[in-house]
Ligand binder design. Structure first.
Ligand SMILES: C[S@@+](CC[C@H](N)C(=O)[O-])C[C@H]1O[C@@H](n2cnc3c(N)ncnc32)[C@H](O)[C@@H]1O
Length: 160
């Protein structure tokens, strides 16, 4: 299989500078505001985005090194297969956040419910469409019985 390289389309800004202390999901951080600064060459691609209240952001966990196939996720102390978690250390260190769009201002999207570090490279943006993306019958696996942690600790910091 070929390998792929992606070039960032912009940079994500947030109040968080260290993994520990950052929300583990934006759903737990309704007040956490940030922004996506899209590079000028891609800004026209933001046209028509203002009608969507939620967006998927796809980005690189650029401060994550290496991976393990079994991890203790933030919400558990049991080892789980990495693909059954949202852990930032993964074979392809790709993050996926659903954020709330406050406003588009030119090449900048003002956002809330952010769970990424300041300076995170942005790879793609897609609109969240309930009809496409919301499945009421979805099961949550081991997370159905997990603990209530909402903020990251140091478990995936470099060297762990
Ligand atoms: C559990 S992940 C979930 C991220 C995303 N919502 C997902 O499901 O892919 C969120 C945690 O990743 C870490 N993180 C966020 N941005 C990062 C980055 N650019 N590099 C490395 N770790 C990051 C922070 O510790 C944050 O609390």
């Amino acid at each position: 299989m070929p390998e792929f390289t992606f070039r960032p389309i912009g940079v994500l800004r947030s109040p968080y500078h260290e993994p520990a202390g950052t929300p583990i999901q934006g759903a737990f951080a309704p007040e956490a505001e940030g922004r996506a600064e899209v590079f000028d060459e891609f800004a026209e691609g933001l046209d028509d985005i203002g009608g969507f209240s939620r967006l998927f952001l796809i980005y690189a966990f650029d401060r994550s090194e290496g991976f393990r196939l079994k991890v203790k996720p933030f919400r558990d102390d049991t080892q789980r297969g990495v693909f059954a978690t949202r852990a930032p250390k993964r074979p392809n260190a790709i993050g996926l956040s659903i954020v709330r769009l406050i406003a588009r201002e030119g090449n900048v999207l003002r956002l809330a419910e952010v769970d990424f570090l300041d300076g995170t490279p942005l790879l793609d943006i897609k609109p969240y469409v309930p009809r496409f993306d919301c499945r009421e019958d979805a099961r949550s696996g081991w997370l159905e019985d997990s603990r209530d942690r909402t903020i990251a600790d140091e478990r995936f910091v470099e060297g762990d």
